[in-house]
Ligand binder design. Sequence first.
Ligand code: LLP
Length: 431
Amino acid sequence: MICNNIGINAKGHLTFAGQDTTELAAQYGTPLYLIDENKIREKMSTYVKAMKENFGENALPLYASKALCFKKIYKIANEEHMGVDAVSPGEIYTALQAGFPMEKVYFHGNNKTDADIEFAIENRIGYFICDNLDELDAIDEIAGKHGIKQKIIFRLTPGIDPHTHVKISTGKVDSKFGIAIETGQAEEAIKIALGKKNIELCGYHCHIGSQTFDIKPFVDGAEIMLKFIAHIKEVLGYEAHILNLGGGMGVKYVESDPEIDYAANIKGIADMMKKRSAELGINMPLVLMEPGRSIVADAGMTLYTVGGTKEIPGYKNYVSIDGGMTDNPRYTLYEAAYTIKLANKADKAPEKEYTVGGRCCESGDLIQEHVMLPTAKKGDILAVMTTGAYNYSMASNYNRIPRPPVVMLKDGESYVAVRRESYADLMLNDL
Ligand code: LLP
């Protein structure tokens, strides 16, 4: 199986976190997001442990909460000693409601409005990951109004191509995020930041992209950042003490994807950084990372009920499900690969190739193509694996389809973390 929390029981049913998925589908209805709480805790503690061991006690992984965001996740992140990367006041508000300590929140985004900045400062957010000079001015002004010196980290683009999908590649020079090192603009920006009265510049950030399997782009990116720290120390006399390396380590979605050893990757980056810092004559910075997908993706599974099936002789076979691009837009957006099974026929051999279609009025509403399954019938439960990241958090109400609930699985028990949206919820803001 694609992950060690998936199995098949004596009834031939698919299990997730040790529980029968067909029973969960019957109990909670479909479509249904399942989240394996222990898997999330295991992944968080892998990062915490590996980072402290390799980078030192103060190193901190920040959970990139855009990957999967609701109150309970922030409570888990706090209990597992993570910080948090938030990209909007909505995420910050959710973290606040969950009692997450604001000093461990790092506020991202390439276009924070003045109102966003005000909201974050009022709530005494730990750090801004400052994207550009307009934002720097706004933070300086608003921090001054509140009588505080705001800690910031500058987001820089190291000019690395991580060879992932173009829509999730972010570290190149022509990115909409951050300030380029290559063009000299980053150096200018640091100079300006150092002159701001209400700003405390703490260091630099880079994020090269998402779903990256190879460790090389991370190592190369970190090295470019270290060289930049050394360069700025030399020309401006300022030595950054924080280096945030972003997120982006990949996840195994299908059998052909490689298995990733996150702790070994962290060690690889740390080994290079220790060596290069010494060679460059700078102190080893305090290291932050921002894993999202690699924390939550394989903690998730989505269950659907099969409705119609359609065989078009000489063309293809369709199986239609009661969800689709509204709960998982990733195939529509990125042609993202997923492993799919029929949960009630998990022990049966695949017989036919299917296109899995969603229920939206839109031909592009597909979850996957070329999927081999046992013959599908109305009422079967179709399971899509590894949906913990960027599924619930990217869900929409297109076609006025209510979002599915999020049910957490833990130690043989299950509980609702986010309830199913009702039709009335859909009209909450309609006047
Ligand atoms: N840090 C920054 C600054 C980011 O922009 C991202 C992701 C992360 C951390 C977390 O990256 P991760 O560890 O999850 O790869 N919706 C797309 C992914 C977009 C990623 C956006 N930024 C998808 O479904 O694949």
